[in-house]
Design a protein around this ligand. Structure first.
Ligand code: GLP
Length: 246
């Protein structure tokens, strides 16, 4: 049974989680973090920025690896996850650029880029703390529901529903959202020493129940998190509203 923590609302969740992450950084200043994009972590990232601005958090020795990036989108494009991270986190804290890692969506050889990324994570000593969001279809990173899942960092074809939910990054038009992406794989994620999956809002309630208590199936990639020893679901009341037991 996964550990579940439920907060009354998104604000309290973001504040409490930011304080926990700052505490984890204080305990291990050279911590290696795995980071998600999406609407869900935005408040958390801003809270981390606010704590840094108040002198409560030093990220100078932290290393980060983002989960995924759109294929064919250069880092400087406003729709890239690199640009998202810059806006919501990296411009607000003091992580040196050389310690920030994202997949390069315009790498000339995407396969070689995936291999490079896996090696970089290993060379950093592996992920200490992986933060995750979840897609309404149960995807984590860009590991989409499918007949088979991939273990290591790889190239993926995005589902229409995922392109739809990422449309805001591309002028609100899902046709402009790339059809493919690069993503950490299921094994890359599951090798993290600790995993916190954050979900807020009613739209996530059904997939959270299936991820937490449903069968472990490639049709619900987040269900594989049930196999992890140190995984916690961090939810607001709305996202927790369909949990059958917790
Ligand atoms: C994207 C990302 C995922 C993220 C998901 C949920 O597709 N690749 O890593 O978890 O969206 O996004 P949101 O937090 O906006 O619901």
């Amino acid at each position: 049974m996964p550990k579940v923590t439920i907060f009354p609302d998104e604000r309290v969740l973001a504040r409490t989680l930011a304080a926990q992450i700052v505490e984890a950084v204080a305990q291990k200043p050279d911590i290696v973090l795995g980071l998600p994009t999406g609407r869900t972590p935005i408040r958390l990232y801003h809270e981390l920025g606010a704590m840094h601005a108040k002198g409560q958090a030093d990220f100078s020795r932290v290393t980060t690896f983002n989960l995924d990036e759109f294929l064919g989108v250069p880092p400087e494009h406003p729709g890239s996850y690199r640009a998202f991270m810059q806006e919501h986190l990296f411009s607000r804290v003091n992580i040196p650029d050389s310690q920030i890692h994202l997949l390069n969506g315009v790498a000339p050889d995407p396969l070689a880029e995936c291999i490079r990324y896996e090696r970089a994570i290993a060379a950093a000593g592996g992920l200490d703390l992986q933060l995750l969001g979840i897609g309404t279809n149960g995807h984590i990173g860009f590991n989409e529901p499918a007949r088979e899942l991939t273990g290591s960092t790889h190239r993926v074809l995005l589902k229409p529903s995922t392109r739809h939910s990422n449309a805001a990054l591309f002028g609100g038009n899902e046709e402009n959202v790339p059809r493919e992406a690069l993503s950490m794989g299921m094994a890359t994620i599951l090798r993290a020493r600790r995993i916190l999956l954050i979900a807020t809002g009613k739209s996530k309630a059904a997939c959270i129940e299936r991820a937490a208590h449903g069968p472990i199936t490639t049709r619900m990639p987040a269900s594989f998190l049930q196999l992890h020893r140190d995984m916690e679901l961090v939810l607001d009341e709305a996202a927790a509203s369909k949990l059958s037991r917790s």
